[in-house]
Unconditional design. Structure first.
Length: 313
């Protein structure tokens, strides 16, 4: 069983049930992104798979871009926390994120005040079989298209949309094919989770879009977790938002060795901890952190402490 499969099966109680006394950050909607700002031929983004696979895994999250107005701040933040390195490109608004010699994501810089809606956030890329058809599906059910389908030579054909509940997602058909499944290395992407106001409607939408099957898994102590899977493989989690002030969004996860150690560094690097590790929330194996520009992500220990010997501390 891979960590992705195990994570989908064994994640403990939804974080949302413990957020009643916390102030949720604002996950702003991305108004325009890389291609939407300037879809010029000179823009070249790295492929989602450095080694061409010519294999497509529809429904898999294959890439992550950070939209930010604080390039220097986020470079320092993620460099210190995860050991990520950064490579500038000819396109001054785009920086490649590398880890252990491999491109794992990118940073899109936006000018402060350029657009009030274009605030900092992580944007996940979802592999689809046909971007143009997917965009029409989004429109047909009341979603919003922020960036119409466009071609970028190395990246492929892409568009940026909001699903009918309002969660932002990028749709992509990669030029090089999708990266193969593998166990997530430390300090790299591990999982992605949809936070939505209507699980049933979201399940129906993503079933039509990418063939997701929606499954509710019983965990323990009457706790359940919702999983999107395709072809028998878990591709994302899903949580229903039950509190006011939390807009729908896709939340990315990074695998770390010790979420408490990560959380302890966040404030000194200019970010803040939105949710501290808590033994009552997934056995203390997760934390939600916010970078200096306001973008949030989740860090999770793997294997979970419950398996590694939670009481042997």
């Amino acid at each position: 069983m891979t960590p992705l499969t195990s994570a989908a099966t064994k994640l403990a109680c939804p974080i949302a049930s413990k957020l009643g006394g916390l102030r949720w950050i604002s996950f702003s909607v991305l108004a325009v992104t890389i291609g939407g700002c300037a879809p010029a031929p000179k823009i070249v983004l790295p492929p989602v798979s450095a080694t061409p696979t010519n294999d497509y895994q529809v429904g898999k999250v294959v890439w992550h871009d950070l939209v930010t107005q604080d390039l220097a701040g986020v470079k320092r933040f993620y460099g210190e926390l995860f050991g990520w390195q950064f490579q500038d490109t000819e396109n001054e608004t785009y920086t490649v994120i590398n880890h252990n010699g491999r491109a794992i994501g990118g940073i899109v810089y936006t000018e402060p005040g350029a657009n009030e809606l274009n605030r900092s956030q992580w944007v996940s890329y979802l592999s689809v079989p046909d971007v143009d058809r997917a965009v029409e599906q989004v429109r047909d059910v009341g979603g919003v298209v922020h960036t119409k389908p466009l071609d970028l030579p190395e990246r492929g054909r892409l568009a940026v949309v909001r699903d009918p509940q309002g969660a932002l997602i990028a749709l992509v058909r990669s030029t090089s094919g999708d990266p193969p499944d593998r166990d997530p290395p430390l300090n790299e992407w591990m999982w992605t989770e949809l936070w939505t106001t209507d699980l049933k409607a979201a399940g129906e939408f993503y079933h039509e879009l990418v063939g997701y099957e929606f499954e509710t898994r019983e965990l323990y102590e009457e706790t359940t977790y919702h999983v999107f899977q395709r072809d028998g493989k878990p591709r994302a989690g899903a949580i229903e938002i039950k509190l006011e002030g939390i807009p729908p969004n896709w939340l990315a996860y990074v695998r770390v060795e010790d979420p408490a150690a990560i959380a302890a560094q966040v404030e000194s690097l200019g970010g803040h901890v939105f949710l501290e590790p808590d033994d009552d929330i997934r056995n203390g194996d997760v934390a939600i952190i916010v970078d200096p520009s306001g973008a949030a992500l989740t860090v999770q220990r793997w294997p979970p402490r419950s398996e590694a010997g939670r009481d042997a501390r």
